[in-house]
Design a protein around this ligand. Structure first.
Ligand code: PMP
Length: 666
């Protein structure tokens, strides 16, 4: 599959289905998600079109070479066909030849792949959560009671005429229901059965066990093709007989789940679930989504160059104006082939790794698009996260903890001599990294009783290249004044970085949803605090794509390991666990704040929107010594805020031990 030779063979299948000698059809007839075509020009969908691919019988078409395109254009001219279509080309392929020949990309859907890196149930638990896994297993069990599971090699189809008839009948039903009609008929199936891929292709059939007439009993048919590498399965055209959409979905989901189980037990590495309906396919475990384009050459369409300009305009994808000169001059490091190639249906003989020692011998996946989407959809549901749903994976950079993000952004965006501003008391690593990078640091201390006010005028007067704000602030625990923060973002000539390491413990709004609107705003987040993954080292920088691009150019490749990606995916897709624990921590925090405030050794407990409490003590030295003697470690913040310590909220027993130790002092 996906070799040009396979695509040629499948074009014969398309011709057989159309009943023509040449692959001339209309986009509407091919059922290729025709919405985008109509949006361009309503005539496009119904105009006779020479098809330079094999959709709907191939999941994708390799990007054609210039020679292949010349031949296609010449063929169209000889046929007198004005419109050409190369359907379903991966956006990761090089479309240079298509552009040069005057084709325009029309966004299609994405192909959806499940990479079988571990036992299917373990993998699904991590990707879709335990509840959804339970649901899929229940559907599968229920469906398996009533229905068969048969996989018939196409080369053996002759002996199973009923299956061919059922395939055709079910596709007709789909067309009658008005769902994307595809030209799947008996001629197509017979041509496929005698073509180059026949011994790699199977008809999957599910039929009711108790119904005697074989053809009548069939409720689902699908075409499965083994990849030419022998390492995975493509799920091509399928059709379901149910008219009830819920029953149809249940059956499809249960069948895809079973397909993954089968593939895994046969030692396959991936299952291609077809293209389109990504959300549903994510729900059955798809973790790789490769965007596809239909490339169209039609009379009266704008040129590809104009299209590209329209896409780039205003979406912030051009490299940020804040990138330093050296950063602007270098590409993203590391093997570009890892980013461009979808790593599932290729054979990787390029990385000098050991093929005999399992998945840990491979370099980590560089394509973290799906995980970025999972992160965004998860936090978009949290209180105070308005606007996050408008962000896309291009706004996201994963780093080795958020501290790595802080270092990267300084390296990418600040040049020698440019000032970095911090607002003490704050997280000390911002100034530390600036000094290590030989950038001058200016400190504009926070003001106000709860240390929540910025001196905006003093910051602006220092004209910093980068200003770090920590909100909620460590070590104080309070939020900064929102109006002042926004005023600073609007008025500074430099970049404002807001470290939201503790945002999940706070009720007041995050700044994450604002990054798309400001080209000088970076929000740092982490999975180390509320999400309980400090050991997995997962930080997230949210910013305009042009800023993300600049950071990526500085980042050491492969720092975000597969083990960390798995841990992050699992935690985010089972977010209720983390969110429940956040509720418990907040309740404990409030209990501890009240108990400490009553204590004679305590002068003040600062209000906290984090998972720690800053406490000012009457007898600071003695209390610190007492904690140490009791084997209790708290952060002594006396050197930044006199007579204080910062107490993390632990479990109830640890918290009670601290209270007891404090009482012993009285
Ligand atoms: N930022 C702040 C404000 C923090 O308090 C901490 C942890 N102490 C970090 C960042 C570090 O986060 P990570 O583990 O993601 O590097």
């Amino acid at each position: 599959m996906r070799r040009p030779i396979d695509i040629d063979a499948l074009q014969h299948v398309l011709c057989a289905a159309l009943g023509t000698a040449t692959p001339v059809s209309t986009p509407a007839q091919l059922g290729l998600g025709i919405g985008p075509f109509i949006a361009k020009d309503s005539a496009v969908a119904d105009r006779p079109t020479l098809v330079g691919g094999a959709a709907p019988y191939a999941p994708t078409t390799p990007a054609p070479t210039p020679q292949a395109l010349d031949a296609l254009v010449e063929h169209a001219r000889s046929l007198g066909v004005a419109q050409l279509l190369v359907p379903r080309v991966r956006r990761t392929d090089d479309p240079g030849a298509l552009r040069a020949a005057g084709f325009v990309p029309v966004a299609a859907d994405s192909e959806c792949v499940v990479r079988l890196t571990e036992d299917v149930d373990d993998l699904l638990r991590g990707r879709v959560g335990a509840d959804r896994l339970r649901e899929l297993r229940a559907h599968h069990a229920a469906v398996s009671q009533d229905l068969t599971w048969e996989r018939i090699r196409l080369s053996e189809l002759n002996a199973q005429g009923w299956a061919r008839e059922a395939f055709v009948a079910l596709h007709r039903r789909v067309a009658e229901r008005g769902e994307h009609p595809t030209p799947c008929n008996a001629d197509a199936l017979d041509t496929l059965a005698h073509g180059a891929a026949a011994d790699r292709t199977e008809l999957l059939v599910r039929r009711r066990k108790e119904v005697a007439d074989a053809e009548d009993a069939v409720v689902l048919v699908a075409l499965l093709v083994e990849s030419h590498t022998g390492r995975g399965t493509y799920h091509l055209a399928g059709a379901v007989g149910h008219d009830d959409p819920v029953a149809r979905e249940t059956l499809e989901d249960a069948s895809l789940y079973r397909l993954c189980l089968d593939a895994r037990s046969s030692g396959l590495e991936w299952v291609h679930l077809g293209s389109g309906d990504s959300e549903r396919k994510r729900g059955v475990g798809a973790d790789l989504f490769i965007p596809l384009d239909h490339w169209l050459r039609a009379p009266d369409l704008p040129s590809a160059v104009e299209e590209a300009e329209a896409v780039e305009e205003g979406d912030g994808s051009a490299l940020s104006r804040f990138a330093t000169g050296p950063v602007a001059a270098v590409p993203v490091p590391g093997p570009a082939r890892f980013r461009r190639q979808p790593r599932f249906d290729t054979i990787d003989l390029s990385s000098n790794t050991n093929p005999f020692l399992g998945p840990d011998a491979l370099y980590p996946h560089l394509d973290t698009t799906e995980l970025a989407r999972t992160y965004l959809t998860t936090i978009a549901e949290l209180p105070g996260h308005r606007g996050v749903d408008a962000l896309s994976p291009e706004h996201v950079l994963f780093s080795s903890g958020s501290v790595d993000g802080a270092m990267l952004l300084l390296a990418a965006l600040a040049s020698p001599g440019e000032t970095v501003c911090v607002t003490s008391p704050t997280f000390p690593l911002y100034a530390h990294f600036a000094r290590v990078l030989r950038l001058p640091v200016v400190d504009v201390p926070l003001r106000g009783d709860a240390l929540g006010e910025l001196d905006v005028e003093a910051i602006l007067a220092a004209d910093p290249r980068v200003t770090f704000l920590c909100d909620p602030n460590n070590p104080v625990g309070t939020r900064l004044d929102r109006a002042q923060v926004l005023d600073l973002v609007r008025r500074t000539r430099g970049i404002v970085v807001i470290d939201e390491a503790y945002a999940e413990f706070s009720d007041t709004p995050s700044y994450a949803g604002l990054v798309a609107a400001h080209d000088n705003l970076i929000v740092l987040r982490t999975l180390s605090k509320a999400w309980g993954l400090a050991g997995a080292r997962c930080g997230i920088a949210l910013a305009r794509p042009g800023l993300v691009d600049a950071l990526r150019r500085v980042q050491v490749p492969f720092g975000f390991t597969d083990a960390s990606q798995r841990a992050a995916r699992h935690r985010l897709t089972n977010s209720h666990e983390a969110l429940d624990s956040v509720r418990r921590i907040r309740a404990e925090r409030d209990r501890m704040a009240a108990a400490l405030a009553q204590h004679p050794s305590v002068e003040r407990v600062f209000p906290s929107e984090t998972n720690f409490l800053l406490v000012r003590l009457h007898e600071h030295e003695q209390v610190m010594a007492l904690f140490a003697a009791a084997g209790i470690v708290v952060a002594d913040t006396g050197f930044v805020i006199p007579a204080t310590c910062r107490i993390s909220i632990g479990d109830r027993r640890a918290n009670d031990t601290l209270l007891a130790a404090l009482s012993a002092a009285v």
